[in-house]
Design a protein around this ligand. Structure first.
Ligand SMILES: Nc1ncnc2c1ncn2[C@@H]1O[C@H](COP(=O)(O)OP(=O)(O)OP(=O)(O)O)[C@@H](O)[C@H]1O
Ligand SMILES: [Mg+2]
Length: 478
């Protein structure tokens, strides 16, 4: 039998002992020569001093000018220089407030936030959130490269430590947001070992958004339906996809649906797009009935409408087969949006089993085959669980409004969405229309708010565009 090595004995001879000899091998410690350490420190100091004017050019220039004025003209010179600077600053602020805000105020704010918020709390926040190892090992601490501010958010550019990935930060966004007292945090990947953390300073979506202006020539790939957290428009793609809007009752599903319909109106009027609406609750879509090419509000009529859409889609697919691979919206072959408010009414809650089965089949056929022939389904749903709606994976794009439970976030937006900051279950009930979405090309969810289309807006839409919608679908609809 092999003898166990003795614990605690250290190696004393340069010959490598075998475990059978009962000694423990320890790696020899090689000390860096003092001269090399000194040279490294001198090199770092020189590099710091040389790069200083490039890193803080304005501050260094002001400091140099102040020292120069004091050196040659003493205190009166320094006072005159500062007085001149104050007057110039006042004139700049009054004459060009935007440029003054961007070049002076936001830069001062960025410097302040860099020093007193991010650098000050950086190490403790990263260590406690598990993104850095320990208080001693500064070498393994991700480095802040730069902090910039705009009117709504701070952006902290970070150099990652080798061996870590942006995903490590993406899964700690909640800890980072709390650590730096921000309402949320988003990770933007710039390149290898280079990310930006975006911390909003206040909630830009706190105020409701009025219905957006109707675009002159709508782009069905990018319909303006609201606003993103950074102030840019939230553009919803309908052509070439299917969209599932999920949220508890009162979360604002209606505002997403109506904003999409509103943005399409000129295409509806021109006949290049049609909306087929199913409204089981008779509360959401009935108001704008005249805008729709077809409308159904009972289980049987809804299924008939869906099956009609399927037949029409298949007829179009047959005509396209071997001739055309993608759809271009025309009056003969319009883009068809099947609007389904509370889709679970048809797939789960309807008392008639046959209606449920036929509705599910028709929705599955439309969502799996309709994309390339110009048929899209825009559906609203309260409860995203599989037993209520097992077709949710057939919708490539999803919108997560306020949800009931944390576990529903990943059900709607996909695996890892909650870890990446989509806290749809924490959306304030006082903010209907606020949602999280995933945009093309980025795994990080984005917070958005849909514009609110009021009853008066719908009435105005109907009087301007109503009646024009009742075209038939080209190519042999029954
Ligand atoms: N985008 C929005 N901005 C501001 N307020 C909104 C917005 N969307 C909805 N609301 C307000 O919230 C109320 C409920 O909205 P909505 O009817 O769209 O909810 P819902 O999700 O469709 O609910 P349900 O499932 O019960 O139909 C609206 O009457 C309106 O007052
Ligand atoms: Mg509704």
């Amino acid at each position: 039998m092999m003898r166990q090595p003795k614990i605690g004995a250290t190696q004393t001879s340069p010959t490598l002992p075998t475990p059978a000899q009962g000694v423990r091998w320890t790696t020899p410690i090689v000390e860096t020569p003092g001269i090399v350490v000194l040279a490294s420190w001198i090199w770092r100091l020189l590099r710091f001093l040389t790069t200083l004017p490039f890193r803080f050019p304005v501050m260094i220039a002001c400091l140099a000018a102040s020292v120069g004025a004091w050196w040659w003209l003493d205190w009166p010179g320094l006072t005159a220089l500062w007085g001149l600077a104050a007057v110039a600053s006042l004139v700049w602020w009054r004459a060009w407030p935007d440029s003054y805000r961007r070049c002076v105020l936001l830069r001062l704010l960025a410097w302040w936030r860099h020093v007193f918020v991010y650098r000050r709390h950086w190490q403790p926040v990263l260590v406690i959130s598990g993104l850095a190892e320990s208080y001693q090992e500064r070498r393994y601490l991700p480095r802040i490269r730069r902090v910039t501010c705009d009117t709504w958010a701070d952006r902290v550019r970070v150099a990652l430590v080798a061996g870590t990935a942006p995903a490590d930060f993406e899964t700690r966004v909640a800890e980072l947001a709390h650590g730096f007292a921000a309402p949320s945090c988003r990770v933007i990947v710039n390149g290898p070992r280079d990310i930006t953390l975006e911390f909003p300073r206040h909630d830009t979506l706190a105020e409701p958004l009025d219905a957006l202006p109707v675009p002159d020539s709508p782009d069905l790939d990018a319909l303006p339906v609201g606003q993103r957290e950074d102030g840019s428009p939230w553009l919803l793609r309908l052509h070439g996809t299917h969209v599932l809007v999920v949220g508890v009752t009162g979360a604002g599903k209606g505002s997403v649906i109506w904003s999409a319909v509103r943005a399409m109106l000129p295409a509806v009027k021109a006949g290049t797009a049609q909306v087929w609406a199913i409204d089981p609750k008779r509360m959401e879509l009935a108001y704008g009935r005249d805008l729709f090419a077809h409308y159904a509000d009972t289980g049987e009529s809804a299924v008939a409408l869906l099956e009609r859409a399927v037949a029409s889609m298949q007829e179009r697919a047959e005509r396209y087969a071997g001739k055309q691979r993608s759809h271009v919206a025309t009056v003969d072959d319009p883009f068809v949006v099947v609007l389904l408010d509370e889709v679970a009414f048809l797939t789960a809650y309807h008392p008639d089993r046959d209606v449920r089965r036929r509705a599910e089949n028709a929705i599955a056929t439309l969502t799996s085959q309709g994309r390339s022939v110009g048929f899209a389904v825009l559906a609203a749903l309260q409860d995203p669980r599989k037993e209520v709606m097992n077709l949710r994976n057939l919708f490539p794009d999803k919108v997560a409004l306020r949800l009931d439970e944390a576990s529903q976030v990943d059900m709607v937006l996909g695996e890892g969405a909650r870890e990446r900051g989509a806290e749809a279950h924490l959306i304030d009930p006082a903010l209907p229309g606020v949602a999280y979405v995933r945009l093309e090309g980025s795994p990080s969810p984005v917070r958005v708010r849909a514009a609110y289309v009021s009853d008066e807006d719908i009435t105005a839409m109907v009087s301007a565009h109503g009646g024009s919608a009742n075209h038939s679908v080209g190519g042999g609809e029954g």
